[in-house]
Design a protein around this ligand. Structure first.
Ligand code: C2E
Ligand code: MG
Ligand code: MG
Length: 755
């Protein structure tokens, strides 16, 4: 026992004291004393040659052995709380020489820590009261790593009953505490990513919502699901999948900024709680940043992979006040985002309940749409901008649903991809397009879209070959449009497929360039004949300050350098066309020349063997305006008018149904579900009114717009809104006064007249 050999401190008095400590502890029990208690209790029948350890020397040796085993340590103080004895183990743990610690204040041996703080605070209190204590968990001050002890102590008095100090012991409990902490961490965090787990997240959401409901504060929840993660997991293996999930978690933390608000409830799903956030503009931006960040390529163990993400958002109290409702609705929104083509976000809206059901039915219907001849192919001309001459057509599949009318391929192709129907539909389109194109006059090229799922099918070259053979179309008149999705898994299969298709002598085009994961690397290696610049670049090109023009120009330069044609898609207005011409794009596809038309019309236009189209359309591109036929409400004075909304943009709407409204009239447009837009009439003709919104709308992530905030019923009431005129449903949670008996100022038209 090193400490006992030290001349300064290891007096016999000390040794005596230690023996006292021992004796005292034995009677008190607890802490390290249990060890001795057990030793002593091994009594029972004594063997004949039994000799008890009588001398204090022998007892000291025992103590010494115990101290050296590092299973426990001893300490004592004087009446001022200064250390008079300390086992060497503690000096080692604290990294300080024994000589320095002797005489120091006992309480200073222990450090401060969030968890230890309570105990730390208790110690002076105990010392002042001179009371005993058992197994107080204390953390070592200093030393390497975190060391924890369970410390016990007894006050000692001299013969006259005067307090002379403390004596006690301690044991190392670092390991136990670590285990306990790991277990509680396990119960709180997801072992793979270190994010909150499902249990903690649902607890956090529940408490947040119950507190926020009484405080009338909003809270948003975002559900994120990775697109194509399953493919990575299946093709590259689970360890790569796991490593990928970890990287996803880190990217999420970076974008969101608060690790404690993100969870991974399981699989490739993530959840984010956003307290006090209701602004859908801000939520949409965050969702977009998340999607963008998660869609950047990952490097895992030297393998490069690309996945995407879809996001569903629900905001309390508008979309649900219980955590169960909120999660279910965010989930519906997520499902809709995926159905809408992945890589998108969606806000929950009540229509989604219907959408989910519709989708299920659509999938059923799609299964036999081919047999029922509900599919047909439309053709959109691709025009040489320098001559306005049509150079070819893109085949675009159309579906005329017997009950619902035309359904966009942007809606049903993703469903077909998920339901494993895209191969069959794609093959049918290919055969149909080749068949019809073979009968066109001249040598027009026909372009056919090929889904990444078709591209991954080894039989694709054979299918293309058969379609060409059956129709007699020369291969150089067929162009296959591929999207960047075909590069998602970089494998030798991709190169082999490119080669097999090129060997057939067909042309290849890279569609929707700039939307996905645009890596210039594959433009260098993949044998494309054409790049098609995505509509989203064109859309903003005429807006002041837009950088799209510079990007298009760069893509054109790149195309020429690589000997590829460049087409710009989605040109609608004359100013856009002018701009695109200036940027030296060769071909243009867009409404400014022609929408997709059916084969009969195409043949009619082509009678002369060539077709020159004079561009026509709006002179100036207006901020995106969506045409629609949607029933909405208008509040004026104390009256609610039902009108039809014919178009909607970020800044305004055109409504139809109220007669002779003077310009300057202020309306509140009710877009449903708490979306109220204060607007003024800027144009008025007969029963049409052009409205301008006081606050612009924001993107709803699905090609339409929504109000940035929903108005909670209680603020409407506070603002003195004529609540009684609002339709039942959304505002039912508040008491409505009885409707006032006044005469509406305007009369209405149409069969959607006020009831
Ligand atoms: P895409 O291949 O990029 O086709 C261009 C889309 O832009 C077409 O939409 C076309 O009608 C539309 N468009 C053309 N000019 C304009 C314009 O000036 N303004 C606007 N706003 N849009 C314009 P569509 O026909 O609804 O097709 C949507 C997407 O569905 C296509 O995008 C393509 O990815 C997919 N698709 C269509 N047919 C097929 C098919 O047979 N097979 C596969 N796999 N996908 C198809
Ligand atoms: Mg296309
Ligand atoms: Mg395209």
């Amino acid at each position: 026992m090193a400490a006992l050999e030290r001349p300064v401190t290891s007096t016999m008095a000390d040794k005596k004291q230690n023996a006292d400590v021992l004796e005292n502890r034995d009677s008190a029990g607890g802490g390290a004393s249990g060890f001795f208690a057990r030793m002593n209790s091994r009594g029972g029948a004594k063997p004949k040659n039994f000799v008890p350890l009588a001398s204090s020397k022998a007892a000291l040796e025992l103590l010494q052995n115990f101290e050296e085993s590092r299973r426990g340590w001893f300490w004592s103080t004087d009446s001022f709380g200064r250390v008079t004895y300390l086992s060497e183990a503690v000096c080692e743990a604290l990294g300080q020489p024994h000589s320095e610690l002797i005489g120091s204040i006992f309480m200073d041996l222990f450090g401060k820590d969030e968890e230890a703080e309570d105990n730390q605070r208790t110690l002076p209190f105990i010392f002042t009261k001179q009371s005993k204590f058992d197994d107080l968990a204390l953390m070592a001050a200093g030393g390497e790593g975190e060391i924890w002890w369970a410390v016990s102590g007894r006050p000692f008095r001299n013969a006259s009953g005067e307090f002379i100090g403390y004596r006690g012991s301690g044991v190392d409990i670092t390991e136990q505490r670590r285990t306990v902490r790991d277990t509680s961490k396990l119960a709180k965090y997801d072992a793979l990513t270190g994010l909150l787990n499902r249990y903690r997240m649902s607890k956090l959401l529940e408490t947040t919502l119950s507190v926020f409901q009484t405080q009338k504060r909003p809270c948003a929840i975002m559900l994120i699901d990775l697109d194509r993660f399953k493919q990575v997991n299946d093709t590259l293996g689970h360890p790569v999948g796991d490593a990928l999930l970890k990287q996803v978690a880190e990217r999420l933390v970076k974008v969101v900024g608060d690790r404690e608000k993100i969870s991974r409830p399981g699989g490739d799903e993530f959840q984010i709680i956003l307290q006090d956030v209701e602004d859908r503009g801000a939520l949409g931006e965050l969702a977009e940043r998340i999607i963008k960040s998660l869609s950047q390529p990952y490097s895992v163990d030297g393998a490069r992979c690309i996945i995407g993400a879809s996001v569903g958002v629900a905001v309390s109290p508008f979309d649900g006040v219980t955590s169960e409702d909120l999660i279910r609705n965010a989930d519906l929104a997520l499902y809709a985002a995926k159905a809408g083509g992945r890589g998108r976000f969606r806000f929950y809206s009540r229509e989604l309940l219907q959408v989910a059901e519709d989708r299920r039915i659509l999938e059923e219907d799609l299964r036999d749409a081919i047999q029922k001849k509900e599919l047909w192919v439309a053709y959109q001309p691709s025009v040489d901008v320098s001559t306005n001459q049509v150079s070819g057509f893109e085949a675009l599949v159309r579906w005329n649903h017997p009950e619902r009318g035309p359904i966009s391929p942007a809606v049903f192709i993703p469903i077909a991809e998920e339901a494993n129907l895209v191969g069959e539909i794609g093959e049918w389109v290919l055969r149909e397009a080749c068949m019809q194109a073979a009968k066109w006059p001249g040598k027009m090229i026909v372009a056919v879209n090929v889904s990444p799922i078709q591209f991954a099918n080894d039989l694709l070259p054979k299918i293309v070959e058969n379609a060409l053979a059956a129709s007699g179309l020369p291969p150089e008149r067929l162009e296959l449009e591929l999207t960047e999705g075909v590069f998602l898994q970089e494998s030798s299969g991709t190169d082999a497929m490119f080669k097999a298709l090129k060997d057939l002598n067909v042309r290849l085009a890279l569609d929707d360039f700039g939307t996905g994961y645009s890596s210039l690397g594959y433009l260098r290696t993949a044998p494309f004949d054409k790049i098609k610049i995505d509509q989203s670049f064109v859309r903003g090109v005429t807006e002041p300050g837009s950088r799209n023009g510079a990007l298009i120009s760069a893509i054109v330069t790149l195309g020429y350098a690589l000997d590829m044609d460049v087409t710009a898609e989605g040109i609608e207005s004359l100013d856009q066309l002018e701009m695109i011409r200036g940027l030296k794009v060769t071909y243009v596809q867009g409404y400014v020349y022609s929408p997709p038309i059916d084969n009969d019309k195409l043949l009619e236009k082509f009678e002369s063997g060539e077709w020159v189209i004079e561009p026509s359309g709006p002179a100036v591109h207006r901020s995106d305006r969506i045409s629609m036929f949607r029933k909405v409400g208008v509040v004026h004075d104390n009256h609610y008018y039902r009108v039809i909304m014919r178009n909607l943009s970020l800044s305004g709407a055109l409504v139809e149904g109220i007669l002779n409204v003077p310009t300057g009239t202020r309306f509140v447009l009710d877009l449903g579900d708490g979306q109220l837009a204060v607007s003024s009439v800027v144009r008025s003709k007969g029963h049409h009114q052009g409205l301008k919104f006081e606050t612009p709308l924001v993107s709803d992530g699905n090609g339409s717009f929504c109000t940035s905030r929903r108005v909670p019923p209680y603020s409407l009431a506070a603002a003195g809104m004529p609540l009684d005129v609002l339709p039942p449903g959304y505002y039912d949670s508040i008491n409505r006064p009885p409707p006032p008996k006044t005469v509406p100022q305007f009369s209405t038209t149409g069969d959607w007249k006020n009831a």
